[in-house]
Design a protein around this ligand. Structure first.
Ligand code: NAP
Length: 443
């Protein structure tokens, strides 16, 4: 049995390196949601400083005075947890190594650094016995690295297929849905802020390749580097390619693929590649639209699994970063793997009556004037508004006349109001039967 956690003597000191798209949102949430995060972590998380290049640059968040600093090295030396969100190789790498050297736990979202120098960083962290987490480095908000590393560690992954670059998925999706050329779709992506002024890293597949190396390393328990990844971008995909694929029932996606293979001699190995790929429209990854990301995993025992969500953006990515921070803090406070669940929420369960949902109601009614008005009145009296109503007339009712079948889909309303509406409608003398009542979600 777990023994109750002893409250820590002091707060955990958190140093943030970078206050850009992601760092600013991590800072905001750390400050705004400090109480919740501290409860889940098992210790208060104290943001001790944020390292930036320029103290005068405009920030997306209101920060307490004195938090920003240009002295990243001093900040790192005084921290229990270092969050690296500067990007690039240097000085991010040296600062992470310095943090490891001081015994600090490190959280990062830096795919470029982990794809290039991951093995060195893991070795240093292992040697120092400190934790190094980088969930945000692949597919932004989507929890994918921890499921691969932890949840699937009792299985054998055979193949990973990922849409791990939102910019290229947006461009290909635009080309597919509007018939646009690559150049026009890229321009649209740039206008919307999905693509940078220099889109090379995205459209040439380099960003996806870095993520493929990380996914392959974790999936196959072997360290793969960027140079192990075969990489082709989407710049040569034409509107004609997309149209021809569509005619044959395919969609073109830039996929990161890592899979177990055997070579000519029968020896097992792993192929890691990034390239534009035709996928049947029926494949779950074909439905991933716009700038969204998804990772599809095939495992020997689990079968097929799919993870879907926002692959970029300051706030979504901050979610993954803070998940790593809370998890790391828990380990530091409690030792070992930490608690398997937290019960600090104290949120009561509520009755289904207060759930807001939509109903699809099938009714068989007498085909008489005024019936629809009587039904509509009951909906209105219960505060339930109707989204759609469809009527079908059948010959040969009980008295040889006609009957009507109604299918009504409601807007969202409290379950209690919906249930009362159905009960009152069912009691009307013009209703022959309530043929079905099903709840509707996702509209
Ligand atoms: P960003 O907007 O460019 O922000 C970088 C921050 O780091 C800035 O605040 C910058 O300071 C600071 N910085 C850079 N070099 C520095 C140096 N030498 N010394 C001190 N501070 C320095 O980057 P981002 O988009 O937030 O991305 C951060 C990391 O998260 C990257 O590794 C990226 O790959 C990863 N990531 C980003 C996303 C996303 O959606 N953006 C998604 C997943 C992962 P100044 O503000 O003073 O210039």
């Amino acid at each position: 049995m777990n023994s109750p956690a002893t409250p820590p003597a002091r707060a955990l000191r958190v140093a943030l390196l970078g206050c850009g798209n992601v760092g600013s949102q991590v800072a905001r949430i750390l400050l705004e949601d400090a109480e919740n995060l501290g409860r889940r972590a098992g210790a208060p998380l104290e943001l001790t400083g944020i390292a930036v290049r320029s103290l005068d640059a405009r920030r997306d968040v209101d920060l307490p005075a004195g938090l920003l600093t240009t002295d990243a090295e001093a900040l790192v030396e005084d921290a229990d947890i270092v969050i690296e969100l500067m990007g690039g190789i240097e000085p991010a790498k040296s600062l992470i190594l310095r943090a490891i050297g001081h015994g600090a736990t490190v959280v990062s979202g830096n795919k470029a650094l982990f794809a290039q120098d991951g093995p060195e960083l893991y070795e240093q962290a292992d040697a120092a016995g400190v934790q190094l987490s980088y969930e945000a480095a692949v597919a932004g908000a989507i929890p994918i690295l921890r499921p691969i590393r932890d949840s699937l560690s009792g299985d054998r992954i055979t193949r990973v297929l990922g849409i791990v670059n939102g910019t290229t998925n947006y461009i290909l999706d635009q080309m597919d849905s509007t018939g646009a050329s690559f150049a026009d779709a890229l321009k649209a992506a740039q206008d919307l802020g999905y693509a940078e002024a220099d889109p090379t890293a995205d459209v040439e597949g380099h960003d996806a390749a870095a993520k493929a190396a990380i996914l392959a390393s974790l999936s196959f328990h072997t360290r793969f580097a960027l140079e192990d990844v075969h990489c082709e971008g989407i710049t040569s995909v034409t509107a004609d390619d997309i149209a021809a694929a569509a005619e044959d029932g395919y969609v073109i996606k830039l996929l990161a693929i890592a899979e177990m293979l055997t070579d000519e001699s029968g020896a097992a190995g792993v192929g890691v590649r990034v390239h534009p790929t035709l996928l049947p429209r029926s494949h779950p990854l074909a439905a991933v639209r716009g700038a969204f990301n998804a990772v599809f995993i095939e495992a020997e025992n689990a079968g097929e699994l799919m993870f879907y969500g926002q692959g970029a953006g300051g706030t979504p990515t901050a979610s993954a970063v803070l998940g790593d921070v809370v998890s790391a803090a828990r380990r530091m406070v409690l030792g070992g793997p930490g608690r398997t669940e937290t019960t600090t929420g104290h949120v009561p369960p509520l009755s289904i009556d207060v759930v807001r949902t939509s109903y699809c109601i099938g009714l068989e009614v007498a085909d008489q004037p005024g019936v629809l008005a009587r039904i509509a009145q009951i909906f209105a009296e219960n505060g339930v508004s109707i989204e759609t109503m469809r009527q079908r007339i059948h010959q040969g009712g009980p008295d040889g006349g006609t009957t009507a079948e109604l299918r009504i889909v409601t807007h969202r309303a409290p379950e209690a109001s919906l249930a009362a509406t159905v009960e009152q409608v069912a009691a009307l003398d013009v209703i022959t039967a309530v043929s079905s009542v099903l709840r509707v979600e996702g509209i």
